[in-house]
Ligand binder design. Structure first.
Ligand SMILES: C[S@@+](CC[C@H](N)C(=O)[O-])C[C@H]1O[C@@H](n2cnc3c(N)ncnc32)[C@H](O)[C@@H]1O
Ligand code: SF4
Ligand code: SF4
Length: 437
């Protein structure tokens, strides 16, 4: 072989090792073999660059994987075809540290339920085959045993989320919840600054977002739209999305007697806002709900009929802070959860007289998902796929990438299992996590 030929061969061999170095975490054995081909300083450089490249690519693949993690067919698919429930929202307390004017879901005259009672109800909920549990309230973080409750849910194999106003969240508490196995946290943020209607604003929550920087807990943000919040709803959405946090704002709903506690806001402006969110969702932005639910809200505003069958009380149900079985946050029963059977649940698989105008979006979302999985998930998957090119672009500029938080950016919008009484599973949410039931 001539001189040129051996130089070509060396170049080929060097290039080959570069590829290996980039693609694999170099084991000692491989590095040892490479020693024979490359000088030591060059080899060290190759190993460092290779590992960095590898880590970078793996992070990107991990992100892409997470974009679709909500569609684990094996874990969630069963509940689309069997008769067992997918999700339960458990009120761990009725008590709350705030007093949002639109809310009918807190009552400070009641004591917290005991840890023993809650554990008993949680076991029963699991025995019914429920996969996901959303810890709600009242304000779940005011319950003194909230960390232990999360741990217990996880020990029983539940995919576990928690919905909070975030006021009591500290770095230490978040670490404890993470250690207990919490997977998803929804923080409710309605405005940029507090008002007489709602104190849930980014003024309180923005400084806390940093807690999530290295957390495994997937964060998403949800706000309520009404006349008071509408002028700031766009800014709430922008603030969440610009930080890579799946964010959703949704129309205020009526109370169990079909009364609106607050002014809903001008219909045309609301409709334009919902339209703009549908557009953004289609472009692949991290709006933390499905297009189906956004369209549903637009139909609500227009007074249009929507064809669906409410699965509340069957595929998803609620348990009150007194252990009562509730069909949803708005429709209550006196039956105790300990007396509920799968047949009782199945009996709620029917159209309901309260469907018209229903604002329990988690119930609408889960119902549409079970009824029309291909349609709902298909659109969601297409929307998420549109995020992939921008992920590649960001992956080439690591510093920008670092600006968004790993866990925060976790798109598991999928985890729409946020138990928020109405927030529940967004398209995303729908169907994630592990099942041992
Ligand atoms: C009842 S709260 C319980 C958890 C926690 N206290 C919080 O505010 O996040 C659950 C969710 O329901 C939302 N919510 C309460 N009343 C509502 C209403 N009338 N319309 C729309 N959302 C409402 C809250 O904003 C929150 O996101
Ligand atoms: S929405 Fe949440 S924070 Fe506001 S009053 Fe209701 S339970 Fe409390
Ligand atoms: S239609 Fe709405 S309000 Fe009626 S039971 Fe279903 S989720 Fe509840």
């Amino acid at each position: 072989m001539g001189v040129g030929g051996s130089a070509r061969a060396r170049r080929r061999s060097t290039h080959g090792w570069r590829v290996v170095g980039r693609s694999l975490k170099l084991s000692k054995k491989v590095a040892g073999v490479m020693k024979g081909y490359l000088p030591a300083p060059l080899l060290r450089g190759q190993v460092v660059v290779g590992c960095m490249f590898f880590r970078h690519r793996m992070k990107l693949l991990d992100k892409i994987g997470r974009e679709f993690s909500g569609y684990n067919i094996f874990e969630s698919g069963k509940r689309l075809v069997d008769r067992k429930p997918l999700q339960c929202s458990l009120y761990v307390t009725d008590r709350c540290n705030l007093d949002c004017a639109y809310c009918t879901e807190y009552d400070n005259s009641r004591p917290h339920p005991s840890l023993d009672d809650l554990k008993k109800w949680i076991r029963k909920i699991r025995e019914l085959g429920t996969m996901r549990i959303a810890l709600v309230g009242g304000e779940p973080l005011v319950h003194p045993n909230i960390v232990e409750l999360v741990r217990y849910c996880r020990e029983l194999g539940f995919a576990t989320s928690l919905t909070t106003n975030g006021f009591l969240l500290t770095r230490k508490l978040l670490a404890e919840l993470e250690d207990a196995g919490l997977q998803v946290m929804q923080i409710s943020v309605d405005r940029m600054t507090p008002s007489a209607i709602t104190k849930k604003s980014f003024k309180t929550i923005l400084p806390k977002l940093d807690y999530f920087r290295d957390s495994k807990i997937s964060l998403h943000i949800t706000g309520v739209i009404c006349a008071d919040t509408l002028p700031e709803s766009r800014a709430v959405l922008e603030t969440g999305l610009s930080r890579g946090i799946p964010t959703e704002v949704r129309l205020v709903h009526a109370d169990p007697l079909h009364r609106f506690r607050v002014d809903r806001g001008p219909r045309e402006e609301l409709e334009r806002f919902i339209d703009s969110m549908i557009e953004r969702k289609r472009r692949g932005e991290k709006i933390h709900t499905s297009e189906a639910i956004l369209s549903y809200q637009r139909s609500l505003l227009r007074g249009e009929h929507v064809e669906w069958t409410c699965m509340a009380g069957y595929k998803l149900f609620f348990v009150s802070a007194q252990g009562k079985f509730w069909i949803c946050s708005m429709v209550h029963t006196d039956k105790h959860i300990m007396d509920v059977t799968l047949d009782d649940l199945y009996a709620n698989y029917r159209k309901k007289s309260c469907q018209r105008g229903c604002g329990v979006y988690c119930a609408v979302s889960a119902s549409l998902l079970v009824e029309k999985p291909a349609q709902v998930l298909g659109k969601e998957i297409v929307a998420r796929a549109k995020r992939i090119p921008s992920m590649f672009r960001r992956s080439l500029t690591p510093d920008t990438d670092k600006a968004t938080h790993g866990a925060i950016a976790n798109p598991d919008g999928t985890h729409e299992m946020n138990g928020s009484t109405e927030g529940g599973p967004s398209a995303d949410e729908g169907v994630t996590l592990r099942e041992n039931a």
